[in-house]
Design a protein around this ligand. Structure first.
Ligand SMILES: [Zn+2]
Ligand SMILES: [Zn+2]
Length: 173
């Protein structure tokens, strides 16, 4: 998934590609790509500076933070990224990048890693606290049953665990 910058010869070129989900390594801790990924962008070249502006559409599978079940998360994101060459010897000559300028990245060896670009877009698109649905009822804290599938046999009212301990002590004496 490398964009060879030597092939970008004009000031503006178009890139469109669809990647199969198998092209993405699975990361069980965060998400899995479960459908073909459509990546399309315009490449603008200004000497050794490149700007990639486009869109990525994908379907990710992630797990709900409340009930832990896997569910699908559609991604339709636009991006506008600037790339400049990574200076071989960092130091005086290197241009300073503003710290808050998150849209500027570096490239090396005349190529841009589109796999990394996509991974970053996926991480940006995923919610901080993924929920399978807004009203996910989560897991029963006592038996671990998924309450979206129905009520478990546990007592529904929440009991303070400290009170429960006291009660237990009382009944034992
Ligand atoms: Zn859930
Ligand atoms: Zn339960």
């Amino acid at each position: 998934m490398l964009l060879n910058l030597r092939h970008i010869r004009t000031a503006h070129e178009r890139f469109d590609k669809v990647y199969e989900p198998e092209a993405f390594p699975t990361d069980p801790d965060s998400f899995q790509v479960v459908a073909p990924v459509a990546l399309g962008f315009d490449v603008y070249r200004d000497k050794d500076q490149f700007r990639l502006a486009g869109r990525v559409q994908a379907t990710l599978e992630t797990s709900c933070s409340r009930c832990l079940e896997a569910y699908r998360w559609p991604v339709d994101a636009t991006f506008d990224l600037r790339y400049q060459p990574h200076a071989a010897n960092s130091g005086e000559g290197e241009r300073q990048i503003e710290e808050d300028d998150l849209t500027t990245a570096f490239y090396e060896n005349d190529q841009i890693d589109l796999g990394q670009l996509l991974r970053e877009q996926f991480y940006l698109a995923l919610p901080m606290k993924p929920l399978c649905r807004d009203d996910c009822r989560g897991l029963c804290p006592a038996c671990g049953a998924n309450l979206n599938h129905g009520q478990c046999a546990c007592k529904t009212e929440w009991e303070d665990p400290r009170l429960a301990v006291l009660k237990k002590l009382k009944t034992e004496h």
